[in-house]
Design a binder for this molecule. Structure first.
Ligand SMILES: NC(=O)c1ccc[n+]([C@@H]2O[C@H](COP(=O)([O-])OP(=O)(O)OC[C@H]3O[C@@H](n4cnc5c(N)ncnc54)[C@H](OP(=O)(O)O)[C@@H]3O)[C@@H](O)[C@H]2O)c1
Length: 308
């Protein structure tokens, strides 16, 4: 049987993949710190995977990214370099690594198409994370060109789902809003959100991404990255109101306009994925995915990542 090794197993996407491919080898940072070259090579020597799904990354929202530029760069570039080099050395047949739409140039033509990734500087708030991720794409292409490695890169947009990080400072938009709404409901208070609620964002449910990853592991072997996110856009206000409705919260949102609101919109083009057989209808409806995530959070609170 084909041996698939998954890095970043304890993360949100990693846990979604555990349901989809329970027999894979799942690795988290306690089992192997991928910043350490020797430990990474030992892992590959011992496990000898046929395929690798590389999810491990230092990930965070706008605040964590902008306050930890050096750490985000170092951790990500080191992990990615070690994983790709060990995969080459131990003749892994295919590596699928995740990028992110936040690595696209700040000034792009919309919708974001894959060939624009390296065409200009990323947004200043996350330039270090973005450059480290871009190098993951360059590294994959260089190993393909020199050594014939089948290393592919996959570009999701904003992700959310069960087992996300719900830390108030280090998390992404949806988990932060879910936690704020839940705690405001408990305390009978209002919630404060950054910006003015007008920017538009696209979101993909982690369980949908897990299915897409498996599709691409079998069906996509090209050197160019591939966008895979659900391309429906929602305003931040719509996202907050959906969560508030699902959590039956009747307090107010106070918009803190002194805080950065990020790029106004960054719609992506997922037509390459749709041409491979994934259908728009295969994405879980946004409200259903939000409902699942809110229910999971409520059931597990406070024993969720970022709180305990
Ligand atoms: N979340 C998003 O909105 C989003 C959007 C686009 C792309 N992505 C990409 O999707 C992938 C998965 O994201 P996610 O949201 O699932 O991330 P996550 O929940 O933060 O999980 C990150 C994973 O990386 C592991 N990791 C971190 N540092 C490590 C190290 N030094 N050595 C070994 N493992 C380490 C963590 O292990 P421990 O738990 O053991 O520390 C964890 O399993 C990432 O590559 C990310 O860049 C995410």
């Amino acid at each position: 049987m084909e041996k698939i090794l998954v890095t970043g197993a304890s993360g949100m996407v990693g846990t979604a993949l555990k349901e989809a491919i329970p027999n894979a080898i799942f690795v988290n940072s306690k089992m192997c710190d991928l910043r350490d070259k020797e430990s990474t090579e030992r892992l590959f020597y011992n496990k000898r995977p046929d395929k690798v799904i590389h999810l491990a990354a230092k990930v965070g929202g706008i605040k964590a990214n902008s306050e930890n530029l050096g750490a985000f760069f170092y951790d990500n570039i080191t992990m990615n370099t070690n994983v790709l080099e060990a995969s080459r050395k131990y003749s892994v047949k295919k590596v699928l690594s995740l990028l992110s739409t936040c690595i696209y140039p700040d000034k792009s033509t919309y919708p974001l198409t894959e060939e624009q990734i390296h065409n200009g500087l990323p947004h200043s708030s996350n330039y270090a994370y973005a450059h480290a991720k871009r190098m993951l794409d360059i590294h994959s292409q260089a190993y393909r060109d020199q050594y014939g490695c089948n290393f592919i890169t996959v570009v999701p947009n904003n992700l959310f789902g069960e087992n996300d990080n719900f830390h108030l400072e280090n998390s992404h938009l949806i988990p932060a809003i879910i936690r704020k709404v839940f705690e405001a409901k408990e305390n009978n208070s209002d919630i404060v959100l950054w910006g003015d609620g007008t920017p538009l964002r696209e979101f993909t449910y982690s369980k949908d991404l897990a299915k897409i990853i498996l599709l691409l592991l079998n069906e996509y072997d090209e050197r160019a990255p591939i966008n895979v996110g659900n391309t429906h856009e929602y305003t931040i206000k719509e996202v907050a109101e959906t969560i508030m409705k699902i959590m039956k919260y009747e307090g107010k949102i106070i918009w803190d306009e002194s805080k950065p609101k990020g790029q106004f919109r960054k719609p992506s083009d997922n037509s390459k994925l749709l041409n491979l057989g994934w259908n728009k209808k295969d994405y879980t409806p946004f409200e259903t995915a939000i409902l699942n995530t809110c229910e999971w959070f409520t059931k597990n609170y406070p024993n969720v990542r970022g709180i305990t």
